[in-house]
Ligand binder design. Structure first.
Ligand code: GTP
Ligand code: SPV
Ligand code: MN
Length: 639
């Protein structure tokens, strides 16, 4: 069993007093810290971590507190506990794999309930949206932030265990890494954080030298018996709050993914983007992949695609082009900075993959299939009668299945067997093509940056930006079909600049300015490309086979990085010269349609980008973006 220490009454009473005075630790650091010799685990913490833990315990009033050491025995005890509570079922088909079924109303990130707090609204929301709802930053005022917390957290962990998870984003001790401490009452979150980040005592050791860390407080909420056994949550009152100025993240009501694994989107992107701007680097929603060409030359690229638009697949791609080798550094987040030699270097701050299950198969992503059947927690996938998993796109449906809600399922049903946002949570180190340098403290050198989304119409397979500012414009103008990764419904094409729309921690206009400020004397700027694997023909069929065949596009991208003249100019930028994209052996590919630039479509596209810039950004839009839009307009008109 876990070695829990219960919290004595007098300690809760004492710390409750200071908790009312100061809920957050910047003030709390100066508040009196109750000493309690009966809690050796607490005594082992650094003063700031201890203050955070004590204040949170006083506020949430858990039955007991457990400081996570990250050990194997701790993990085993968590798994036992979750099976007892009904949160997890073991999957006997595989090695150390489990299935979680969530409450059906807690299945994805909730963007409408995710907020950034700052003194000034303008820090978060671009000028054009002052006082209104913005698509590019959900603002909450400090008073409302405090109120939201006060309405939800007091006593919210009664009868539950409060876990304290010290975690490192990035390799423990790397100069590019950052530390967080997540407090949660969800053992599922603890186990998932153990996979997705580096946790435990070794992280506390790092804090002894530098006490800086991001405070993450998470509670699943809800009272009484949960609607779904083992999955307490409070969907009507779910809220996810960020206060960059205090290095603080507060999340209530959801146990799912980006809502509850606070190192991921909340820290590595929302707070990360604020820290990155302050310190002169980039925190991005990007995969990182190493590609060795047939000549044996290895290059790394980073790619920003919105949620459920192909990052994990590209990061683990099995190239169809002979002689190529692809190795994975990360599948979701990149922290990048220029080194003293002017080379852009990237680390993956994560330690695991929280990947979309549907669509993953031996044909589309054999590497993921070779990764996920050990030491993995699957959430909301379907279960086979012999204790295996299944999801749409994996292959033919087995005869008898239990769907993600625990109901019998067969292919006559209209509803999917696996939830469209069902996922696997699996350690990165066990990926068979994990890159040798994936934990390198200095990061890997980036030669090219890809941007892209799901564009069924009008957008060519690949376009190279003419220069950095044009590339930044491509990022600013990105759009993509909505996916199941958040609460949006239908397949509407949404603006999603840099695939960061749900993840900006500060004003998008300033974010663009930050990107525009990257080129400096002595820096080797990566080339920027826009790709679209998702263009469809009149019948709604994908024009491009995608997946491993995307290596053909990477081949052209790398040749362009070598400045080979294998391109032609178009109104949108540079595309492969006729014959320059290797398509031999692909059968019937309609290259003309795949690369066509329909004038009417692009006039409308430029109009919607203009509307978006005006309505959502206004005066905060850097003037170079207006200039780029004018260039696009002129080019299209003249085409
Ligand atoms: P997040 O984890 O939400 O950030 O998603 P992601 O960007 O990592 O997306 P992922 O690679 O998991 O892909 C999501 C879905 O897109 C899966 O169902 C894939 O099968 C599908 N997909 C990925 N790459 C391609 C492609 O090249 N072509 C087509 N047609 N589908 C793709
Ligand atoms: C995404 O939505 O981009 C994800 C999944 O990677 S989550 O961790 O839920 O944010
Ligand atoms: Mn993602």
């Amino acid at each position: 069993m876990l070695h829990f220490k219960s919290v004595p009454e007098d300690y809760v009473r004492q710390s409750a007093k200071c908790a009312q005075v100061a809920l957050n630790c910047s003030r709390a650091a100066h508040a009196p810290v109750p000493r309690n010799a009966k809690l050796p685990q607490l005594a082992a913490l650094t003063p700031k971590v201890r203050a955070f833990v004590e204040r949170s315990a006083a506020l949430c009033q858990p039955e007991q507190v457990h400081i996570c050491d990250g050990s194997e025995s701790e993990a085993a005890a968590l798994l036992r506990l979750m099976q007892q509570q009904g949160t997890l079922r073991r999957l006997p088909q595989y090695d150390n794999c489990y299935l979680a079924r969530t409450d059906p109303s807690d299945v994805a990130r909730v963007e409408s309930r995710t907020f950034i707090c700052s003194e000034r609204e303008r820090d978060v929301v671009p000028a054009a949206r002052a006082g209104q709802k913005s698509a590019l930053g959900n603002y909450i005022a400090p008073s409302d932030y405090e109120k939201a917390m006060a309405e939800r957290f007091p006593g919210c962990m009664r009868g539950r265990t409060m876990y304290v998870i010290p975690f490192s984003m990035g390799p423990v001790g790397s100069p590019l890494s950052k530390i967080g401490v997540e407090i949660t009452d969800s053992p599922y979150v603890v186990y998932s954080m153990r996979v997705m980040t580096r946790i435990g005592s070794r992280v506390l050791e790092v804090l002894r030298n530098d006490e800086q860390f991001v405070r993450c407080l998470h509670a699943v909420g809800g009272s009484g018996a949960p609607a779904v056994p083992g999955w307490p949550c409070d969907p009507p009152r779910t809220i996810i709050l960020h206060k960059p100025s205090d290095n603080e993240i507060i999340s209530y009501g959801s146990g799912y993914g980006g809502n509850s694994l606070l190192g991921k989107k909340c820290f590595a992107l929302r707070l990360g983007s604020v820290i990155a701007r302050r310190e002169g680097w980039l925190a991005e929603h990007m995969l990182i992949v190493g590609i060795t060409d047939p000549q044996g030359r290895k290059r790394y690229i980073a790619a920003a695609f919105p949620s459920a638009c192909g990052k994990t697949n590209l990061a683990m791609m099995t190239p169809s082009l002979p002689g190529y080798k692809v190795e994975c550094v990360g599948d979701d987040i990149a922290w990048m900075r220029f080194d003293k030699n002017g080379v852009l270097r990237a680390i993956n701050p994560e330690n695991g993959f929280f990947g979309v299950a549907p669509g993953t198969s031996a044909a589309t992503n054999p590497i993921a299939m070779a990764t996920v059947f050990k030491n993995t927690v699957f959430t909301n996938v379907a279960e086979t009668k012999d204790g295996g998993v299944w999801w749409e796109g994996m292959g033919p449906a087995p005869e008898s299945l239990t769907d993600w809600k625990g109901q019998p399922w067969d292919s006559s049903k209209k509803t999917p067997a696996a939830h469209p946002n069902s996922r696997f949570c699996t350690p990165a180190a066990q990926c068979p093509m994990i890159d040798d340098a994936w934990e390198s403290p200095e990061g890997v050198p980036i030669s090219a940056i890809l941007l892209g989304g799901r564009r069924p119409e009008g957008v060519p397979l690949v376009v190279e930006a003419r220069d950095w500012a044009h590339g930044v414009f491509m990022g600013a103008a990105m759009r993509s079909e909505a996916t199941a990764a958040a609460e949006h419904s239908g397949k509407v094409v949404m603006h999603d600049p840099f695939a960061m729309r749900p993840f900006f921690g500060y004003n998008f206009g300033e974010y663009l300015q930050h990107w525009l400020s990257m080129p400096r004397a002595g820096r080797k700027m990566p080339k920027i490309f826009h790709v679209n694997w998702f263009r469809k023909d009149q019948q709604g069929k994908f024009l491009w086979p995608g997946f491993g065949e995307n290596s053909r596009v990477l081949d052209w991208v790398l040749r362009r990085c070598d400045e080979q003249p294998c391109h032609v100019e178009t109104p949108l930028g540079l595309v492969p010269a006729p014959g320059a994209l290797p398509v031999d052996g692909l059968g019937d590919i309609n290259m003309e349609e795949l690369f066509s630039i329909p004038k009417d479509f692009w006039i409308k596209e430029a109009d919607s980008v203009e509307k978006y810039f005006k309505e959502e950004v206004g005066d905060d839009l850097p003037k170079q973006m207006w200039e780029q839009l004018e260039i696009l307009r002129r080019n299209i008109q003249q085409s």
